[in-house]
Each structure stands twice: as structure tokens, then as C-alpha cells.
Design a protein. Structure first.
Length: 226
């Protein structure tokens, strides 16, 4: 079949200066490179909260769930099984997850590092703050820490995920009860940050899908490390 270019088209291309074509192809490669670079950007997250609230277990559960995503449907297990043991985090626990072809590096800071949390704000674009919903007294005191974090000038542009964990505990407080205890509505209304609130049980494995969705939707490379 004769696929010759129509005369009108040939005339048109003959008139386009080759310099423009060159710039055009460079632009194409540049945009492609940018898109690839954005997709491979690593998102840096801080994982904060008092000791023993379940931060390390959250990371372990997320590692299991994201690893399962690489398996075929038949190989996947719906049940996450028994909660793996954790040991108290001393210093910084660095964990990297890959979800939807994007890397997320969590920096879990041991609860005892509270006084120097702020030293890590500049290196992160998003923040996860975990509370134990079965400990009302600790929630009240940790809320002050949470407010301090929110008021730091280095966290103003961060996406924030606030997690009430251990909803499997017999004496857990519901989101509604915690909200009135710490006046959550006022905090959400006054904070500059985009704050998402979730109830989870890392022991039972609930809330993990919602965390992955938050990672995908809110911790975008558009807000990656400054
Ligand atoms: N009942 C219950 N226990 C949990 C849950 N999440 C964590 N734990 C337990 O809380 C303890 C401290 O967990 P860990 O992840 O080490 O806390 P971290 O200090 O915040 O990192 C461990 O014994 C966990 O098994 C949960 O959702 N429910
Ligand atoms: Mg820990």
C-alpha cells in the first residue's frame, strides 16, 4: 500500500524550521524524564507518638500487606495472621515500603525522643501520629505534644494522619469519645495541615488499606521532601 505523505503535509513539514523540531523533541524527552523522576521520588514520612502505641507493629503490618500486593491473587492470604512480636524502638527505626511503584520511607522515632522530634521535621513531607485509644490519660497528654508538632513552622505544609490504634481493646474509646476529650473538631478546624483521622487495630490488621490509600492520595511526590 502506498503510504506516501500527502503533498500538503509535506509542504507543511518542509516549512517548519528544523530548530523547532529539535527543541520539540528535547521538550518531549524532558517531560518524559520529569514524569519518570516524579514517579520514582521517595516520600519521606515521620512516624510519631508515645511508646507502646503500636507504631512498629503498624510498619510490620504494612510491610506484609505491601509484600502481598506483589503476589498473584491465589497466593494472597486474606488473613494477616498473628501480630508479629515487636521490641521497643530505641532511637530511629527506618522502614521503606513500596506501594503502587512509589517508595515510602518511614522514620519512626522512639517515644523517648519527643524533645528532639522537631529536628526531623525538615526532612519529611508527611507525618503519621499514633495514639492508643485505650489510654485516655495518655491521649490527653499526647494531645499537647501533637499540638506542638502542628504548630511548628516546619510542619505547616505536611499531610498529617492521626491514628487511634488498638480499637480491639475491650476498654477502647471510640473516635467520638476521643473527639470530645481532646476537642478534635477544633484542632482540625484550626490546623493549617490537611489532617486525616483513622481508627485502626494493628493487632487485627484493620485500617491498613485506608493507610495505604492515604499514602497514595495525600503523600504525593508533589509534597516530597523539601
Ligand atoms: N491490643 C492491641 N495491641 C497492640 C496493637 N498494636 C500494637 N499492639 C501491641 O502494643 C505493644 C507495643 O507495640 P509497638 O509496635 O512496639 O509500639 P511502639 O512503641 O509504638 O512502636 C506490642 O505488644 C503490640 O503487640 C493493637 O492494635 N491492639
Ligand atoms: Mg516502636
Amino acid at each position: 500500500m502506498n503510504r506516501s505523505i500527502p503533498n500538503s503535509a509535506r509542504e507543511f513539514f518542509a516549512e517548519v524550521p528544523s530548530a523547532i523540531l529539535l527543541v520539540d523533541s528535547f521538550l518531549g524527552y524532558y517531560i518524559l524524564f520529569l514524569l519518570l523522576a516524579i514517579d520514582m521520588t521517595e516520600v519521606q514520612l515521620l512516624l510519631l507518638g508515645p511508646e507502646e502505641v503500636g507504631k512498629t507493629l503498624m510498619l510490620k503490618r504494612l510491610q506484609t500487606v505491601t509484600a502481598q500486593q506483589n503476589l498473584t491473587q491465589a497466593q494472597r492470604s486474606e488473613n494477616l495472621g498473628e501480630a508479629p512480636p515487636t521490641i521497643p524502638t530505641v532511637g530511629v527505626n527506618l522502614v521503606t515500603l513500596t506501594h503502587n511503584k512509589r517508595k515510602y520511607t518511614f522514620r519512626e522515632l522512639g517515644g523517648a525522643m519527643g524533645p528532639i522530634w522537631q529536628n526531623y521535621f525538615k526532612d519529611s513531607s508527611s507525618l503519621v501520629f499514633v495514639l492508643d485509644s485505650s489510654k485516655p490519660t495518655q491521649i490527653s497528654s499526647s494531645c499537647i505534644q501533637f499540638l506542638e508538632v502542628l504548630s511548628s513552622k516546619d510542619t505547616q505544609d505536611m499531610s498529617v494522619l492521626l491514628i487511634f490504634n488498638k480499637t480491639d481493646s475491650p476498654d477502647y474509646m471510640s473516635r467520638c469519645e476521643i473527639s470530645s476529650l481532646i476537642r478534635l473538631a477544633d484542632i482540625l478546624a484550626c490546623a493549617r495541615q490537611d489532617i486525616t483521622v483513622l481508627e485502626c487495630s494493628f493487632r487485627e490488621g484493620t485500617g491498613l488499606r485506608e493507610i495505604l490509600k492515604w499514602l497514595h492520595d495525600k503523600s504525593s511526590p508533589a509534597s516530597v521532601s523539601k
